[in-house]
Design a protein around this ligand. Structure first.
Ligand code: ADP
Ligand code: MG
Length: 271
């Protein structure tokens, strides 16, 4: 049986209760340069257990880079990152091996769901879900298969165990990717535009799964253009502009009249 220990539920999503909840990810003043281009210009973001943080902003504002920095797929150039209170090293010297172990631990405990699904095409759905639990968490084949089946059921894909990704719809593939992330029992999941590659009629089935996870208290950071979803599901909305947090707050405040003009421009212009 798969059980994930969650201290918080959606009912706890009261900003006043944040102090009681464990801080999962704490990014402070992150900077990232690509050549002479400063892509992240001092971004701070804190995700507490049970938070659902929606990151919005126009193309090129640094959303993907921020997510990738949060699990060290990109190495920040400055600032700090803490995972459950532990400082994450950006630079290995003189303890490169220790740093690499730390990064592996971080990645195994912070799931990532990409726009393009990134499933292993030559493995069945079940094998996609078993890989991490077996080889990273050290579960037996049997345990990993049981766990994989439980999470496939959770995303509504029981019966697809032996299918190859190419034989599934985009919506089904993305649900497999979400199940694969969940099977690692991560402390948080990062989503980078999880529905942007989908045909419109397939968006709903993925958002439904994500809504359910939110309601169960899963800690999520979601880059999305689905504004209705962000408004309904996010506990906090973060608006990135030119690599800086230009606005953040509760969706009910930011979607109302209190939003700064540049956020209103973005929301009305879609860009
Ligand atoms: P978003 O996800 O908000 O569209 P990104 O984080 O992908 O934005 O990109 C922010 C900026 O950084 C863009 O100008 C993009 O071209 C640039 N960028 C992103 N990744 C790289 C990279 N690996 N090398 C060089 N430039 C990059
Ligand atoms: Mg992006």
């Amino acid at each position: 049986p798969v059980r994930i220990d969650r201290k918080a539920t959606a009912g706890d999503r009261d900003p006043g209760a944040a102090a009681d909840r464990e801080t999962i990810i704490e990014a402070d003043n992150l900077e990232k340069w690509f050549g002479a281009h400063k892509v992240l210009d001092g971004v701070s973001l804190e995700a507490n257990r049970g938070d659902v943080i929606a990151i919005v902003g126009s193309s090129g504002s640094g959303k993907s880079t921020l997510l990738r920095c949060m699990n060290l797929l990109e190495t920040p150039d400055a600032g700090s990152l803490r995972f459950r209170g532990e400082q994450i090293a950006f630079d290995g010297a003189p303890h490169e091996r220790a740093r690499r172990k730390q990064v592996e631990r971080l990645r195994s405990q912070v799931g990532m769901v990409f726009q393009a699904f990134n499933l292993w095409d030559h493995r069945t759905v079940l094998e996609n879900l078993m890989e991490g639990p077996r080889f990273v968490l050290g579960l037996s084949r049997r345990e990993a298969a049981d766990r994989a089946r439980a999470y496939l059921a959770k995303v509504g894909l029981s019966g697809k165990e032996n299918a190859y990704p190419a034989h599934l719809s985009g919506g089904q593939q993305q649900r497999v990717a979400i199940a694969r992330a969940l099977a690692m029992a991560p402390h948080a999941i990062l989503f980078d535009e999880p529905t942007s590659a989908l045909d419109p009629e397939l968006v709903g089935e993925v958002l439904r799964v994500m809504r359910q996870l939110a309601a169960e208290g899963t800690t999520m950071v979601i880059v999305t253009h689905e504004m209705a979803f962000a408004r309904d599901v996010a506990s906090r909305l973060v608006f990135l502009q030119g690599g800086r947090v230009a606005a953040q707050g509760a969706p009910r405040d930011l979607f109302g009249g209190g939003a700064p003009q540049r956020l209103r421009d973005f929301l009305s212009g879609g860009g």
